[in-house]
Ligand binder design. Structure first.
Ligand SMILES: NC(=O)c1ccc[n+]([C@@H]2O[C@H](COP(=O)([O-])OP(=O)(O)OC[C@H]3O[C@@H](n4cnc5c(N)ncnc54)[C@H](OP(=O)(O)O)[C@@H]3O)[C@@H](O)[C@H]2O)c1
Length: 253
């Protein structure tokens, strides 16, 4: 955390600098420059951990934009229909194969699975330029205990960082339902806003570029400590315009 520009600068200054291109400047100087600069240009390989309703829809969106996507499951043989629908750039594999395959990893699993994924794949995930954390702790689905544990770790965001040490995490798409991913991308008029939270400027810049490319408007609301507000039922959950997200985020800390 001590080396984290967000924490060094404070939230307001970080947001201003990121909006002004600071983040892209950092990217250009980083070892991940080639990967980051290819976003919006050359395709990036994307591995999904989780290929259910949300992971399937999100991976399909990236595949339809020309990115090679490997969906994963503990039962990859069950993903044939999803792969066929997603098109020629899609394939299926085990979780291990998808982690090895992806330049960018989409983490789209019930939150109860994150700890085990961190244990099994944490080292490989820490070597990726970006892990997009779409997962939410939801009491109704995951039980009260995990929600309490996540709260004690500072909420979803800081908790994911604890469970995936060293990973360059950006929380995004957490409250954009699988149907909205398909129907709301590139919608006419004002785009759907996607609040994002992350501590690593390189990863934030890469996520920003990818989210714009697939037809949504990312709005950086702060570091991973703000990730808890992206969960459905919290202030930034649900569908908002980019301006609404900025207004709501300004009231949060
Ligand atoms: N559904 C939405 O509209 C939506 C919107 C925003 C965010 N989210 C969040 O996205 C996450 C997934 O939701 P979902 O609705 O897509 O759930 P889902 O349809 O039940 O799919 C869950 C996926 O997670 C995988 N998985 C579960 N445990 C795993 C493990 N230990 N290792 C590897 N993969 C594992 C499952 O794969 P297997 O085949 O291996 O079981 C499955 O592909 C949740 O945290 C949810 O809050 C969902």
């Amino acid at each position: 955390m001590a080396n984290d520009p967000f924490f060094k600068l404070g939230r307001r200054e970080f947001l201003d600098l990121a909006a002004g291109g600071f983040a892209m400047g950092v990217v250009a100087a980083s070892p991940f420059a080639a990967v980051a600069q290819s976003a919006g240009g050359a395709p990036l390989k994307i591995g999904t951990i989780g290929a259910g309703r949300e992971g399937g829809a999100l991976g399909t969106l990236f595949a339809k934009h020309g990115h090679p996507v490997m969906f994963s499951s503990r039962h990859p043989e069950q993903l044939a229909d999803l792969v066929a629908d997603a098109g020629p750039t899609a394939q299926a594999g085990t979780v291990e194969q998808a982690v090895a395959f992806g330049d960018v990893i989409l983490l789209v699993v019930p939150y109860t699975a994150v700890e085990q994924i961190g244990r099994d794949y944490g080292k490989a995930l820490a070597a990726k330029p970006l892990v997009i954390d779409v997962s939410n702790p939801i009491a109704r689905r995951d039980g009260d205990e995990i929600v309490t544990q996540v709260d004690q770790l500072g909420g979803a965001g800081l908790a994911t960082a604890k469970l995936l040490p060293g990973a360059r995490i950006v929380r995004a798409f957490n409250a954009i339902g699988s149907g909205q991913l398909t129907q709301g991308a590139h919608r006419p008029g004002e785009p759907i806003g996607v609040p994002i939270a992350g501590d690593d400027p390189d990863a934030v810049a890469l996520a920003t570029s990818l989210i714009k490319e697939v037809g949504f408007e990312p709005v950086l609301v702060g570091g991973l400590s703000m990730g808890k507000y992206l969960v459905p039922g919290t202030p930034l959950g649900g569908e908002h315009t980019p301006d609404e997200i900025r207004r709501i985020a300004a009231t949060l800390k």
